[in-house]
Design a protein around this ligand. Structure first.
Ligand code: PLP
Length: 453
């Protein structure tokens, strides 16, 4: 329609998009999303799309929740903005930090608020270094992360991240940040005919090797996502996290868990640390903290590290204008209240995640699919050119991109990470909507097979 065309033209002329190939975008024009309701979004051409990505892994309670809108409006009328700098505070931030201290695993009793997941990870880098300096160990600067991880797009976030193409375009990573491999069994383990548990153990032991290589007295922290999200929903073997925990404990290294995706119910517990029995020193939260309705992040900090900060002679010279934004805090508080009232955690753990797992496995028999996996409410399928040998498609064939475009034309939003198709639907999704998702996914796989042959 002309209305859509006008928006697309103005978009091309003035709006620079994140993570977008502008030639491809301008060739077809951006899809204009106009509104959302539950697990669906609607575009300006009247298409109804099942949003199996919950926006960017964040709209956990679904679109159109009036309670969240009301919470923001009420707070904005009373006090739209104030900050936590220079010895002031306000009750939305105090209430939210208290709530988060109660909900997160034992010992994580302190919240440092940010505006995003990236800012959480930048905060972590500065905080752990300040902590060790305050403990008289200023040489503990090294932070170990993982290849193919995503920790955001700020300079420190992108450095902690292990995406080669991001490092290449910005002279990254920053100094004193290094990477080990992830436990990506489908891509890197099974080819060697290795047992997944043994593989998980070996991948975790790379952390010990890296610590010894850098020097035990130099390593400040290790950071990882419990399940790697944007890297392709890489679900670790059960052997992985206990070994990581053992190594961090042995060398007295702070363990930072980036729960920007996994937090707030996605794995069937409030936090994935609980799912994997991890005892982190710091946790990064964002996205689902407000179901994406307002930007917000929080670093949850354990007593030991918080004491290091509060008892130091120097201030922790770090913070953002929007650290603890009152309206974002009010939405987060309401988001948590709804999750409790509607028993979202048990809905995920006992009901909808097992159902999704069962139905998602049906995709494993499709000729294009080399593996189907899920944990809680994240899931992935690996597209392969040859099911018997698990041979991948060539880069030129761009199977993942083809599949993603076919999905959206069929009314389903899935994301492609290379040739890994991933989903992270709103946690409020019903069984009937999961059925709809699977039907659309099967249809789209059939159409992709045809398009690629
Ligand atoms: N950490 C993880 C695990 C993420 O998935 C993301 C975003 O996708 C980030 C950090 C960055 O968060 P933000 O985009 O809010 O800066």
């Amino acid at each position: 329609s002309t209305a859509t065309l006008t928006i697309q033209q103005q978009d091309s002329a003035h709006c620079l998009h994140p993570f977008t190939n502008f030639k491809e975008l301008n060739a077809k024009g951006a899809r204009v999303i106009e509104r959302g309701e539950g697990v669906f979004v609607y575009d300006s051409e009247g298409n109804k799309l099942l949003d199996a990505m919950a926006g960017l892994w964040c709209v956990n309670l679904g679109y159109g929740r009036q309670e969240l809108v009301d919470a923001a409006a009420k707070q904005m009328q009373q006090l739209p903005y104030y900050n936590l700098f220079f010895q002031t505070t306000h009750s939305p931030a105090v209430e939210l930090s208290t709530l988060l201290a109660e909900l997160t695993p034992e010992g994580l009793n302190h919240a440092f608020f940010t505006g995003s997941g990236s800012e959480c990870n930048d905060t972590v880098v500065r905080m752990v270094r300040h902590y060790w300096a305050s403990k008289g160990q200023p040489n503990k600067l090294e932070i170990i992360s993982r290849n193919n991880a995503y920790h955001g797009s700020t300079m420190a976030g992108a450095s902690l991240g292990g995406m080669g193409f991001m490092h290449a375009q910005g002279g990254l990573p920053l100094p004193n940040i290094s990477h080990i491999d992830q436990p990506y069994w489908f891509e890197e383990g099974q080819g060697q005919g290795q047992d997944p548990q043994q593989f998980g153990l070996e991948r975790a032991q790379q952390l010990e090797q890296k610590i010894l290589e850098l020097g035990e007295d130099k390593v400040a922290a290790f950071i990882a996502e419990p399940i790697q999200g944007a890297g392709g929903v890489i679900i670790p073997p059960e052997s992985y996290w206990p070994e990581i925990q053992r190594i961090c404990d042995k060398y007295d290294i702070l363990l930072v868990v980036d729960e920007v995706i996994c937090g707030f119910g996605r794995t069937g517990e409030w936090f994935a640390c609980q799912t994997y029995n991890i005892k982190p020193d710091l946790i990064c939260l964002a996205k689902g903290i407000t179901s994406g309705y307002l930007p917000m992040g929080a670093v949850m900090v354990c007593d030991k590290v918080a004491q290091g900060l509060t008892e130091a002679d120097t201030e922790f010279a770090h913070g953002f204008t929007y650290s603890g934004h009152p309206a974002a805090c009010a939405v987060a508080i309401e988001n948590i209240r709804i999750m409790q009232q509607e028993n979202i955690i048990s809905h995920v753990r006992d009901d909808i995640a097992p159902y999704l797992a069962k139905r998602w496995q049906e995709l494993a028999s499709h000729p294009l699919v080399g593996e189907a996996r899920s944990k809680g409410m994240v899931a992935a399928i690996e597209l392969v050119a040859d099911k018997s040998t698990l041979q991948r498609f060539s880069k030129e064939q761009g199977a993942g991109g083809v599949c993603r475009d076919i999905c959206i034309n069929n009314g389903l939003i899935m994301r492609a990470c290379g040739d890994t198709m991933i989903i992270s639907p709103p946690l409020v999704i019903t069984k009937q909507q999961v059925d709809q998702l699977i039907t659309l996914a099967k249809q789209s796989l059939d159409d992709t097979l045809q398009a690629l042959s």
